[in-house]
Design a protein around this ligand. Structure first.
Ligand code: CMP
Length: 143
């Protein structure tokens, strides 16, 4: 079953959006297989966002993502990587259409509420950075 890594960022947690965000993915039909509220270390932030290391905003990004608790999650389901990205909306909330998470709740690219893996490779990498195998649940196939 396809899996993706999603994370409510510090702005989304502090604004009380965890429930709203979890609810959207549940109602869509995806299954939550792992979740934790945690404060990310600088080392983990730099690993997670390693591909942006040379970008001018990298320092601000690491500072922001480590500034307070995040809600890290693993979700599974048919085409969950692509569909979750669609449900999140464009990276910059000013371009995100209404009805998407960033379109409905975000204003700026720095504080854009949620992160989601953009490919199978990044999903595998990000899930293993944040979760041990034993922290991921399995669901009965009968339901
Ligand atoms: P995310 O999907 O978590 O992946 C990388 C993040 O970098 C992105 O969301 C944005 O929050 C952030 N980002 C991208 N561009 C900028 C920018 N110009 N200034 C600050 N942050 C940015």
């Amino acid at each position: 079953m396809e899996k993706t890594f999603l994370m409510v960022k510090p702005d989304g947690v502090q604004r009380g959006l965890i429930g709203e965000i979890v609810s959207r993915f549940e109602k869509k039909g995806f299954q939550l297989v792992g979740a934790k509220l945690m404060t990310i270390s600088k080392e983990l932030a730099e690993q997670h966002y390693g591909e942006h290391k040379e970008r001018p905003f990298f320092g601000d990004l690491v500072e922001f993502i480590t500034s307070g608790p995040v809600f890290a999650m693993v979700w599974q389901g048919e085409n969950v990587i692509h569909t979750a990205r669609q449900m999140m909306g464009s990276t910059n909330p000013k371009d995100a259409v209404q009805g998407t998470i960033r379109g409905d709740f975000g204003l700026t690219v720095g504080k854009n509420i949620i992160h989601g893996s953009d490919s199978t490779e990044s999903a595998e990498r990000e899930i293993s950075l944040f979760f041990k195998d034993a922290e991921l649940e399995e669901y009965s196939k009968l339901i």
